[in-house]
Design a protein around this ligand. Sequence first.
Ligand code: URA
Length: 185
Amino acid sequence: MNDFNKRMEEESRKKFGDRPVVFGDGRLNAEIMLIGEAPGGEEEKQGRPFVGKAGKNLDEFLEIVGLDRGDIYISNVCKLRPFKLSPKTGKPINRAPNREELDFFVPLLHEEIKIVRPKLIVTLGNFALNYVLMDKSVTIGQCHGQLIERDDMKIFPLYHPASVIYDRAKGPVYIEDLHRLKEIL
Ligand code: URA
C-alpha cells in the first residue's frame, strides 16, 4: 500500500499541484472496505477519510453493524477535497468531484480494491456505487440494502450517512439496511 500511495501522491502532485491527498485508511487485507465520495475540509486537515462530523456518523454506523474502525479499510472515490470558493464568504466549500478528478482517481480506486481484496465492499452513496460498479445507470434508490455480485466483487450499497441527515425520511430505511448488513456479516 505504501508504494501505491507514494505513486498516487507523486502523480497527483504533477496533475493537481500540492492539494493534499487523503489516502485510504485502515487494516490491509481487511474483509470489509468502505468507500465514500471524497474528503471534506476536516479530512483534508487531518489527512484521514471520515473524520470530524462524517467520522461521528461513521462511528454510529459501525456501532449498529457491530464493527470496529480498526477492523475495516476506509477510502473514497476521489482522494482530494473537491472544493470551490464560496461567492458569499470567499472560503472553500465542498463540491462534487469533477471529470478531471474522476478520470484520475477512479482507476486508482480499482487498483486499491485489488490490493485490499476485501470480501465485501460497502459503498456509501450513489457516487461510490456508480464508480465501483462503473455503471451510472444503477441508482442507490433502487438497490440500497441489497447485495450485488459483480465480476469478483460483492457490493453492499448504502445511502451516504450525510444524506440521511439531510433527508430524515431515509433514516428508518438506512437503519434497516444497516441491520441487514449486520446479518450478512
Ligand atoms: N468524508 C469522507 O471522507 N468521505 C465522504 O464521502 C464524506 C465525508
